[in-house]
Design a protein around this ligand. Structure first.
Ligand code: AMP
Ligand code: ZN
Length: 478
């Protein structure tokens, strides 16, 4: 497999550290709110990378973290008057639900920053001992100039960075807020502020810097050298550059052999992001579309190509997915009939000669830096071929073999399930559910909680999930 390595800016043949094994670390979300569909791009893309390695027979260690201590989480906890840990636990649970809906498999490990503080303190100590870090009034900084290769991932030169930082540093020095020895230095440990979560450390009560988390968690759960480190392209600088500096300065070995970065999901040409306010949450979008359509849409572009999110493109994806599902359904029907016919010579020839060609072309697309766009084109051709080469006279065994090939490539590797999710609700049923929900709301208003719970249980038995939100009660069929 060839992978575009951000570090060398070339596609390189992938060589694992240990034969037959691959260790991957992907930077995960900061959990202060529901994730948006931009955040879902790396999740889907790198979940597909993991599945593809497994399809090729590798044993994969796949680790992705949750950043559960951060300014944004603290801000949210103050706004809502609840502990920061409650905010993060809530959104970790919500994120996991979204991942499941998108058929993103749970990672081998999902470490959380707050659970790994002793390792982080150890790494800071090591960096201070080795002369790569220093403490000033409870803050520990990484000394960027002490790490000679700084900039090797983002291809930035220290001196160019220096001039960019000078004005900013001057402003901070004037207000006396910053005691860094050098404007380039970044924080490893910061002292607590009143009301913030903190941990005890040799430099006083405080919390770790964001970059440090990933250096420690990747080392603990994958190893000192990762086969692949991945994330969105906005993380190249400074986050990944700083991770390299910390890890290599502390461990003395290469941090990651291959760096993969996905391009942005855009909306009207801009990066979809919380700060720009131009985002859709995965939760909202999955109410409008089958989550499978969103996964299919994401994989319809190669991961390094910017992808624009629009209703038209999602609907195109929906139609494309429909073609694949129809083809799969046809094969399944013939296979399930178990008609006992012998596989004809012609069918056997297709299985032995034509099918391997499709698999080879699919693998060749995926081998070329995970080109899921081309791999999906191969799937379309495969479905066109099976449609043209099966009918009611085909043997069930033959149709079953074709189905299994489609299943392996679509369901197993791309994570696109072949079953259609059908939720058919007639008007009467909908009206009945809504009447029950209204009755429950009225019961709650009258403080008749026993009745409210009874109605909720009845709905649950009917397979209806309800959720009390600020906008009122939302419901869906499980
Ligand atoms: P964050 O919670 O902002 O740290 O983001 C979590 C992950 O989502 C990171 O790998 C980001 O690079 C990625 N990400 C954020 N916004 C987008 C976007 N619009 N398109 C693709 N990836 C994104
Ligand atoms: Zn990270």
């Amino acid at each position: 497999m060839r992978i575009y390595n951000t570090k060398t800016r070339r596609k390189e043949e992938f060589k694992p550290i240990h034969e037959g094994k691959v260790g991957i670390y992907v930077c995960g979300p900061t959990v202060y709110d529901f994730i948006h569909i931009g955040n879902a791009r790396p999740m889907i893309v790198f979940d597909t990378l993991r599945r593809y390695f497994e399809h090729k027979g590798y044993e994969v260690k796949y680790v992705t973290n949750f950043t559960d201590v951060d300014d944004k989480i603290i801000k949210r906890s103050i706004e809502e008057g609840i502990p920061a840990s409650e905010v993060s636990e809530k959104y970790i649970a919500e994120c996991k639900k979204d991942m499941e809906a998108l058929n993103v498999r749970p990672a081998s490990v999902h470490p959380q920053a707050t659970q790994e503080i002793p390792e982080m303190i150890d790494m800071v100590k090591t960096l201070i001992d080795k002369g790569h870090a220093y403490e000033k009034n409870g803050t520990v900084y990484f000394k960027v100039r002490s790490f000679e290769p700084y900039g090797k991932l983002s291809h930035k030169k220290i001196d160019d960075l220096e001039s960019g930082h000078r004005a900013e540093a001057h402003a901070l020095k004037v207000t006396g807020e910053d005691e860094k020895e050098d404007a380039l230095d970044f924080v490893l440990w910061k002292p607590k502020k009143e009301g913030e979560p903190f941990w005890v450390s040799p430099w006083g009560d405080g919390r770790p810097g964001w970059h440090l988390e990933c250096s420690c968690m990747s080392k603990k759960y994958v190893g000192e050298t990762l086969d692949i480190h991945a994330g969105g392209e906005d993380l190249i600088f400074p986050h990944h550059e700083n991770e390299i500096a910390q890890s290599e300065a502390a461990n003395g070995v290469e941090f990651a052999n291959y760096w993969m970065h996905n391009a942005f999901l855009r909306i009207n040409g801009d990066k979809m992001s919380k700060s720009l306010g131009n985002f859709f949450t995965v939760r909202d979008i999955c109410e409008q579309y089958d989550p499978q359509v969103i996964r299919f849409f994401m994989l319809s572009a190669q991961y390094r190509t910017p992808l624009n999110f629009s209703k038209e493109l999602v609907e195109d994806a929906s139609r494309g997915l429909e073609r694949i599902l129809n083809g799969a359904e046809k094969l399944k029907e013939i296979a399930d009939k178990k008609n006992g016919r012998f596989t004809s010579d012609e069918e056997q020839k297709i299985l032995e000669e034509e099918m391997p060609k499709f698999i080879e072309r699919f693998d060749a697309a995926m081998d070329d830096d995970l080109n899921t766009a081309d791999a999906i084109s191969v799937l379309f051709e495969l479905v066109r071929f099976t449609n043209a080469n099966t009918d009611e006279k085909s043997s069930s065994n033959y149709a079953d073999c074709l189905y299994k090939i489609l299943f392996e490539l679509s369901d197993k590797v791309l994570g696109i399930k072949l079953e259609r999710k059908e939720v058919v609700m007639d008007e009467d049923e909908t009206a009945k559910i809504e009447a029950m929900i209204a009755e429950r709301t009225a019961a709650k208003k009258n403080k008749d909680f026993a009745k409210a719970d009874e109605i909720r249980n009845k709905l649950s038995e009917m397979g209806i999930i309800i959720e009390d939100t600020r906008e009122g009660v939302k419901w869906k069929k499980a």
